[in-house]
Design a protein around this ligand. Structure first.
Ligand SMILES: NC(=O)c1ccc[n+]([C@@H]2O[C@H](COP(=O)([O-])OP(=O)(O)OC[C@H]3O[C@@H](n4cnc5c(N)ncnc54)[C@H](OP(=O)(O)O)[C@@H]3O)[C@@H](O)[C@H]2O)c1
Length: 242
């Protein structure tokens, strides 16, 4: 029987690349997204036709509390058991420190930290014994950056969550790991002006952004290797401030 991978924010970018590499290896993906129905349907069709696996897409915005019930209800109704859960969806905020409101700060924390915790609380019973959870962290959660305070702090919290969850998931025989990508060429990055992209590339030893497929391979490795637990794997092409 096929294994199942559940990925939040799975219809574009890193999430989609992870869905593809798992599908190529026989997993059926369940993918959430926030608003772009058309791309979600196209993504499902593309993965189905390329890899011959069943694909489900589910609109569930992780900034909204009711999305936890939407996902839980889908899993209960479908009776699907999950082998790997990828908490990948995240939001950012690029207002200045002085202008940031409590509501804006709270929204980023809700989506990036509270949502996966309380979603996990609901769906842990749908994860098989021997299964695993992978969080998408960020280089920004390791190396402070001047772009978004709330984003950097929530990604550090994501890394701490990975390490702290290990003991709490042990009774379920579920492993927990994280991936901390540097700069990956997705829509998230593509809108950056050429000059800013060049500045970033100049700080990367690989001299380029990471391909989504390159980062996706790390998720598959973490799912397969049963001795990884509580680890944050950084993949940044050798980034350093120069
Ligand atoms: N790209 C990078 O350089 C980079 C580096 C480090 C970490 N990351 C992390 O990698 C993850 C994915 O980033 P990405 O670059 O792949 O982004 P992306 O290409 O913009 O794709 C985002 C995906 O997440 C969904 N999504 C966005 N907001 C959501 C929400 N509130 N609730 C549920 N789904 C949502 C999108 O669905 P819709 O299209 O429907 O909105 C889409 O499927 C994030 O956690 C990000 O922090 C990215």
């Amino acid at each position: 029987m096929n294994k199942t991978v559940f990925i939040t924010g799975g219809t574009k970018g890193i999430g989609k690349a992870v869905a593809c590499v798992f599908a190529k290896n026989g997993y059926s993906p369940i993918l959430t997204y926030s608003s772009d129905d058309k791309t979600a349907e196209e993504c499902a069709e593309e993965i189905k036709s390329s890899y011959g696996v069943e694909v489900s897409v589910l609109r569930a915005d992780s900034t909204e509390k009711q999305s936890i019930d939407v996902i839980d209800s889908y899993l209960r109704t479908s009776g699907k058991q999950l082998d790997t859960v990828v908490f990948n969806a995240a939001v950012t905020l690029r207002t200045s420190f002085e202008e940031t409101t409590f509501e804006q700060w709270d929204r980023v924390f809700y989506a990036n930290v509270h949502f996966p915790v309380f979603l996990l609380q609901k769906i842990v019973r749908h994860i098989v014994q021997g299964g695993n959870i992978i969080f998408t962290g960020s280089l920004m959660g390791i190396q402070p950056h001047g772009t978004s305070l709330s984003y950097g702090v929530t990604k550090s919290a994501t890394h701490a969550l990975v390490k702290n969850l290990v003991k709490f998931m042990q009774p379920y025989k579920i492993r927990v790991n994280g991936v901390a990508p540097g700069f990956v060429d997705t829509d998230w990055q593509k809108t950056k002006p050429a000059e800013i992209r060049r500045n970033i590339e100049n700080k990367i030893a690989a001299e380029r952004f990471c391909l989504p497929a390159e980062v996706a391979d790390v998720y598959l490795m973490l799912a397969r290797n049963r001795y990884f637990n509580g680890e944050i794997v950084k993949i940044d092409g050798g980034y350093s401030y120069k």
